[in-house]
Write a protein that binds this ligand. Structure first.
Ligand code: HEM
Length: 144
């Protein structure tokens, strides 16, 4: 009788742990969750093709090597979403000062990144978590 009660109590504890997450398993980074470098490289590959040919913002990228920009963008976002990367490019102020990018142009670019995230199958939640990282960068890229 006592034994049965003990088994029942233990079962409840184990169930609570499994359902409530009482173990200290480290949370997987967003970087890993979305598929790491391969996914980011695809997202920026798709976005950059569209950005470079956009009638409003395409002209900014004349003479900017696609591969260089793609690699830097991947590195930067990788670092921002918990990946094992260290962005080593120019600061955002360095690379955007003097371009006189308008706020609406910033949103055009971000929409291309968002569209590419959707195209590769990220969830809205994953998309929003990445957009949240990009949003503050606006102040280091526009009206400079
Ligand atoms: C969230 C927004 C943005 C992010 C995260 C971002 C990020 C970057 C990064 C990582 C680089 C490479 C820096 C390097 O070469 O080391 C770069 C360069 C550049 N970005 Fe952005 N950028 C953003 C918005 C924009 C916008 C809105 C435009 C134009 C419409 C723009 C135009 C450029 C150009 C032309 C370069 C090349 C500059 C050069 O090599 O001289 N960026 N950006």
């Amino acid at each position: 009788m006592i034994k049965t009660a003990r088994v029942r109590a233990l079962t409840i504890i184990i169930l609570a742990c499994v359902l409530g997450g009482c173990t200290s398993v480290p949370k997987q980074s967003l970087y890993k969750e979305i598929g790491g470098h391969k996914t980011l490289n695809t997202i920026y590959g798709v976005a950059i093709t569209r950005i470079y040919t956009d009638p409003v913002i395409g002209h900014y990228f004349k003479g900017v090597p696609k591969k260089h920009l793609r690699d830097q963008l991947v590195l930067q976002i990788c670092e921002l979403i918990g990946g094992p990367c260290e962005y080593n490019g120019k600061t955002m102020l360095e690379s955007h000062t003097g371009l006189n990018i308008k706020e609406r142009e910033f949103y055009i670019l971000v929409e291309y990144v968002q569209g590419a995230m959707r195209d590769v199958g990220l969830t809205y939640q994953q998309e929003n978590r990445i957009l949240k990282k990009l949003a503050p960068i606006k102040y280091q890229t526009v009206n400079l």
